[in-house]
Design a protein around this ligand. Structure first.
Ligand SMILES: [Zn+2]
Length: 252
């Protein structure tokens, strides 16, 4: 493109404008541009003063450790009681000519004993005759519930025994005494004297449970002569056993 006079004039005009802008810029700098490259204002001098020592940040106060106040008297666990329903889940036990089975009486009474003890706040549990739990079983009391044969028509009364070779004879004698007294009181039945069999004192569970667990076995009565009591007054029968166990536990 050829230069025309008009183009030349415009170029000169632009140069003049650029110069003018340059002059204005220099003047603006001299007046104190914000970046301060051309002039030093008093305010800027101030910024060169040693900066104030930064206040130390506040040491964070340690957060209060949540204090766990130990209970002075730990709430004692309710006593644990194991109750075996004799022959349950194993065999019938003694059988009467009319078909009444010992296991039926035992399970009825043992279930009631457990229910009464649980109602009273004990940790009672019902166990079958040969429970897997019996090996080394630990509890505050252990009672196995049985009933006597139907074969001696005139025989009446109950029996309570503990293991012959006891590791804690005083404790177990006390359990036997409590059961005997409370059971007699609740049922009106007498102890069937001189009939604690060798079987009772070497009862299998006594050799399975922990030797420190106080254990006893009770024969509630005879299936023949004491039948009415065992079948019709099962609640009183169970109360007698439960009170006997509670008597033992409360004296501890
Ligand atoms: Zn039995």
């Amino acid at each position: 493109m050829e230069d025309t006079p008009g183009t030349k004039q415009r170029t000169v005009g632009l140069l003049a404008l650029a110069f003018l802008l340059g002059v204005v810029y220099v003047a603006w700098l001299a007046a104190g541009a914000p970046d301060g490259s051309a002039a030093t204002s008093p305010e800027e001098t101030a910024t060169t003063r040693p900066s104030r020592t930064p206040r130390p940040t506040r040491t964070p106060r340690p957060t209060a450790t949540e204090e766990i106040i130990p209970t002075l008297t730990p709430t004692p666990q309710p006593a644990k009681v194991g109750v075996v329903a004799g022959h349950w889940k194993s065999d019938s036990g003694a059988v009467c000519p009319d078909g009444l089975e010992e296991v039926t009486i035992n399970l009825d009474v043992a279930s009631r004993v457990v229910a009464i003890l649980q109602y009273e706040g004990y940790r009672a549990e019902l166990l079958p005759e040969f429970s897997e739990k019996l090996e080394g079983y630990q509890a505050d009391a252990f009672v196995s519930i049985h009933a006597d044969s139907c074969s001696i028509a005139e025989a009446s009364g109950f029996k309570v025994a503990r293991v012959a070779s006891s590791a804690i004879p005083e404790e177990e004698d006390r359990l036997v005494a409590c059961l005997t007294r409370e059971y007699a009181k609740a049922t009106g039945l007498s102890v069937h004297k001189n009939s604690i069999t060798f079987d009772m004192t070497i009862y299998h569970a006594f050799n399975e449970i922990d030797p420190e667990t106080p254990g006893a076995i009770i024969e509630l009565g005879f299936l023949a002569a004491d039948r009415d009591l065992l079948t019709d007054k099962a609640y009183e029968v169970a109360q007698g056993v439960a009170r006997g166990i509670a008597c033992f536990l409360e004296q501890d």
